[in-house]
Design a protein around this ligand. Sequence first.
Ligand code: GDP
Ligand code: MG
Length: 420
Amino acid sequence: MFVDEVEIVVRSGKGGDGIVHFLREKFRPRGGPDGGDGGKGGNVILQVDHHFNNLVKFRYQREFNADDGKNGGIKNQTGRSADDLIIPVPPGTIVYNADSDELIGDLTREQQQLLVAKGGRGGRGNPHFKNSRNQAPRTAERGEPGEELRLRLELKLIADAGLVGVPNAGKSSLLAACTNAKPKIADYPFTTIEPNLGVVELDIDNSFVMADIPGLIEGAHMGVGLGDAFLRHIQRTRVLIHVLDGMSEDPLLDFNQINTELSLFDENLAEKPQIVVFNKMDLPDAQAMFALMQDEFKKINVELMPVSAVAHKNLRELLWKVFHTLQALPEPEVVEEMPVYRAEEDPREFEVGITKDGAFLVQGKAIERAAAMTWWDQPGSVRRFQRMLEVLGIEHALIEAGVEPGDTVKIGEYELEWQD
Ligand SMILES: Nc1nc2c(ncn2[C@@H]2O[C@H](COP(=O)(O)OP(=O)(O)O)[C@@H](O)[C@H]2O)c(=O)[nH]1
Ligand SMILES: [Mg+2]
């Protein structure tokens, strides 16, 4: 439970189409071309927002689509460009292409952005295709398609609240009762130097990360070294949930002992706010002890929160109290910056294959994009596409592969008949 992980699908918007149109005015039978360009499709952008500290909300929404650009209008009116779709993510989010496993970026700094799917550009209207030989082009360009990408987001969870307390107080039981984590209960207290973490989901919008940090006290006793990850977690924890064992002979002594050890370990840690819970309230002996201890703790200005991890008593109240305490505290400091990558394959690369039914299949980013941007009923637009085939070397590759007039050539989802 160290890492939270989700898969999402992002789609950028398609560019708006450029159109063919000619100015029409009274007494001017043949006006110039005035077909407008299409607007740009929206990008999909991930942006760091420290109000989030986990990926829980992506379990409720997994698909993100930016809007398309609007088509061009007459009188050279450019279509409206779509707004970018900005998806907030917590600091520390690592982004992978889920299909290739390639690392796309590492988002740490507040407001840092990562472009994950680029909106298509708008197609050009027919005035762009005017030249000395053709003053009235009947050619335009369709908008560039958007991109679709499956992403895997990973987040190393950073604990907001840490559980401390003597062995057997019920820390692991509380973590299991409140989160999706599955810690070992009543187990050897120090089986791992990694803290157990879980996300406490209060509702869709409100959640925090809770960690069981047994090693701090229990491991320190035994002289076991603590890992870096462990220390980092304890130090970034903003609230401590101090768990008292309701069945202990002297919970006040336990409490003082743990606090002494905390301050020996790290002075900052001892100063973090504590919410003190009195556990095992399902048991009559614990209830009797609680009656005594409530007054004892009042004397040192500590309010006890009675709970039972096993019977799930008072847990929601506890969790909301932790949450509100967290909200009232200053923001945690920002993690150090890390580099951002965006590997980009060469879009001009392509592959030629032959399908089961004998058609030629051409796959490649640039050529598929060009096919999507072609108006197939406009000879000028089709000629531009043919030039692309030539320039990219695809025509040559097809001839090498044995294409003959009349054969079917598939480019992405478009099917063409080969002609000389
Ligand atoms: N009756 C009762 N037993 C509990 C409660 N919470 C924990 N325990 C028991 O106390 C023992 C120690 O619990 P554990 O969660 O491992 O404590 P930790 O050492 O603080 O992590 C286990 O046998 C648990 O089943 C509780 O609320 N009620
Ligand atoms: Mg434990």
